[in-house]
Design a protein around this ligand. Structure first.
Ligand code: SF4
Length: 255
């Protein structure tokens, strides 16, 4: 049942992509001033963007450490408003003590709190980790279901988390839009979306199908290490000549 629903979703993604052409705008009205809105890249240029990302890093990986789908789910829940490095530091010990929902429940909320207290919002997150573990044990035999709708119904799990798990654990071509993906997609000219959902829908439509599986990883890594929020390092960007961002950073001058 769960798999069938996911397959339907994947099929609908593939179908929208195959029909797709870059949309003029994901959200009517946009939210930004019309005169300031840059164009979107053409289909051919979008393909070239992802061809270059693929050539530079054919198998991009997420940076959250995990052992199985369950520990991936927990790590992503813990990563909200926290860095992957900070989460990894805490989960190394946590996952040694508990790498299944049953073991996490045996550990208990108080001990989970102790393991993750270096992470922001740790009290609420510990509660969610116990809550989602309980649901998995009660309703899914301790397994993580490969169904984004069910995943989103678990405590502390939103659309982005569900998409990350569907992509990394179950190889579904989902796009998880975090702050990096949102920024980079808008800067390059892949989307004018003003919400994460609008950007997700745009990317599902315009990214060529053969690049969909890894697209969000490439965009996250590009945003984290090159197209940084405050000062994008445009002078060393592999898609500089394609990107439509009007305020590109010039190369630093030698002293
Ligand atoms: S050229 Fe600059 S703004 Fe455009 S994607 Fe590259 S780093 Fe980001």
């Amino acid at each position: 049942m769960a798999k069938a629903s996911s397959d339907i979703r994947s099929a609908s993604i593939r179908s929208s992509v195959s029909k797709g052409k870059p949309r003029k705008s994901a959200a009517k009205g946009g939210g930004t001033k019309k005169s300031a809105k840059p164009s979107l890249l053409s289909e051919a240029k979008i393909r070239e963007v992802f061809r270059r990302f693929h050539a530079a890093n054919p198998e991009p990986k997420g940076e959250l450490e995990h052992i199985n789908p369950y520990t991936l789910l927990v790590a992503v829940v813990l990563s909200a408003q926290a860095t992957d490095a900070g989460v990894n530091k805490a989960t190394r010990a946590l996952f040694k003590a508990a790498d299944t929902p049953e073991k996490m429940l045996a550990l208990g909320e108080e001990k989970v709190r102790d393991y993750i207290k270096t992470i922001g919002l740790y009290r609420a997150k510990a509660k969610n980790v116990i809550g989602l573990s309980q649901r998995l044990v009660d309703d899914f035999g301790g397994e993580v279901p490969a169904d984004s709708g069910i995943l989103e119904s678990l405590p502390g799990v939103g659309r982005k988390t569900a998409n990350v798990v569907m992509n990394i654990a179950f190889q579904h071509p989902t796009i998880a839009v975090d702050t990096h993906v949102f920024r980079v997609a808008n800067r390059i000219g892949l989307s004018h979306g003003t919400t994460p959902l609008a950007v997700e829908e745009d990317l599902l439509r315009v990214v060529p199908p053969e690049y969909l599986m890894h697209a969000h990883h490439w965009l996250i890594l590009h945003g984290r290490y090159v197209c940084k929020a405050r000062k994008p390092e445009c002078w060393r960007c592999i898609v500089n000549d394609l990107c439509l961002f009007p305020d590109k950073t010039p190369a630093p001058t030698a002293k």
